[in-house]
Design a protein around this ligand. Structure first.
Ligand SMILES: [Zn+2]
Length: 376
């Protein structure tokens, strides 16, 4: 007989929950939130559905032991990235112990593990103290409005974010900053060099300085766990036609940050470069603005959760940093010591995505066990 957790995972993958901020027209989290809320209610949890933004529901479920004790949040996100180019993104298929479909790995596998663990804990709460809170949030793939809203209303002593880690225990990741720069030139006919100022060549001066900054990061000190900061030029645009001096060029830059760096590091670095370039050439005109930023994250040193989770998993695993950003940074900033731990697979954001079913079940067992050990 099929394990009910796998049946639940298939249900979740079959529900389109493409993030509508990321992909215009995406279905959003409405339908999947209903399914998740129904599952939690059927498991005996106290359930609340709250909109983080219009049409963007978060789902919360609480197991309250009725006894004073620590609280643990089990957190996942219900949205997925887009499905362009995929043949059957919402038809979950099991093959060779893997379940294929959009969101299987990122992160409906982890969400299924959380929901199944919550069912087990709600149905046999003996020995549990404090509270276990399930939080399945919207919009992680775009701006994390779900996690931002969740931490405004909910608090726990610690949290496990079940993003895919191949059952490794993630105790940190980098943050990121996005800055947009515009250089202003003067449009003129290509035959009139004395009238024109080339905004694209002006941007080239900034690009050269960015290259120097990045080489500085390569040569500079690295964070012992998170590695070195980095930056790259992500998107560039400018120019009107071949025979015209471009009056405008825009560049979007991404910088990955590590703990210990000041907020808005990238904006300050770029402003400083622009200041130097202005000082050396009065024709150089440019402006920069921060468009988005998220903090890096580290689990507080010495916190018991990583150890408890490793013991709960009961098989060899690694404890370390992850390459990608997660909502753990938002939970951590709100005072919840968080670790990232979830079932592995492949194809995250790719055309063929799958999660390993044995790891979904192992994650479920570890979450049950870690809740019992932490809420004790
Ligand atoms: Zn994810």
């Amino acid at each position: 007989m099929q394990d009910p957790t796998i049946a639940l995972l298939k249900d979740l993958v079959a529900i389109d929950s493409v993030n509508p901020s990321l992909v215009p027209g995406g279905a959003g989290e409405g339908a999947i939130a209903e399914r998740i809320a129904a599952e939690l209610r059927a498991s005996g949890l106290d359930v609340q559905v709250a909109e983080a933004a219009p049409g963007r529901p978060n789902v919360f479920g609480v197991i309250d032991s009725g006894r004073a004790g620590p609280s643990l949040m089990l957190c996942g996100h219900s949205d997925t990235v887009g499905v362009e180019g995929m043949t059957a993104p919402f038809d979950p298929v099991v093959r060779d112990g893997k379940l294929f479909g959009r969101g299987a790995q990122d992160m409906k596998g982890g969400v299924a593990s959380i929901l199944a663990a919550a069912r087990r804990l709600a149905q046999s709460p003996a020995g549990l103290k404090g509270r276990v809170i399930v939080a399945i949030v919207a919009d992680e793939e775009y701006a994390s409005v779900g996690a931002d809203a969740a931490v405004a209303d909910w608090k726990a002593d610690a949290a496990v974010v079940a993003e895919p880690t191949d059952l490794a225990i993630g105790i940190g990741h980098k943050g990121f900053e996005w800055v947009e720069v515009e250089t202003q030139g003067v449009a003129a006919h290509g035959s009139r060099p004395d009238d024109g100022v080339d905004a694209i060549l002006m941007m080239g001066r900034l690009l050269g300085e960015m290259d120097a900054l990045e080489r500085g990061f390569i040569a500079g000190p690295a964070h012992p766990l998170l590695g070195r900061p980095s930056l790259h030029a992500s998107l560039i645009g400018g120019g009107r036609e071949l025979s015209t001096y471009p009056d405008r060029c825009t560049l979007s830059i991404e910088r990955r940050t590590v703990t210990g760096e000041a907020p808005q590091s990238l904006l300050r670095e770029i402003e400083s470069v622009l200041g130097r370039l202005r000082a050396t050439d009065p024709r150089f005109r440019a402006s920069a603005r921060l468009t988005f930023a998220r903090s890096p994250y580290l689990t507080p040193e010495g916190h018991p959760l990583p150890r408890l989770l490793r013991e709960s998993l009961g098989r060899p695993t690694t404890v370390g940093a992850m390459s990608f950003w997660t909502d753990a940074a938002i939970l951590g900033e709100a005072g919840m010591a968080s670790v990232v731990f979830g079932p592995g697979g492949a194809g995250l954001h790719g055309l063929e995505e799958y999660v390993r079913l044995d790891e979904v079940l192992a994650c479920r067992e570890a979450l049950v066990e870690v809740a019992r050990r932490f809420c004790a």
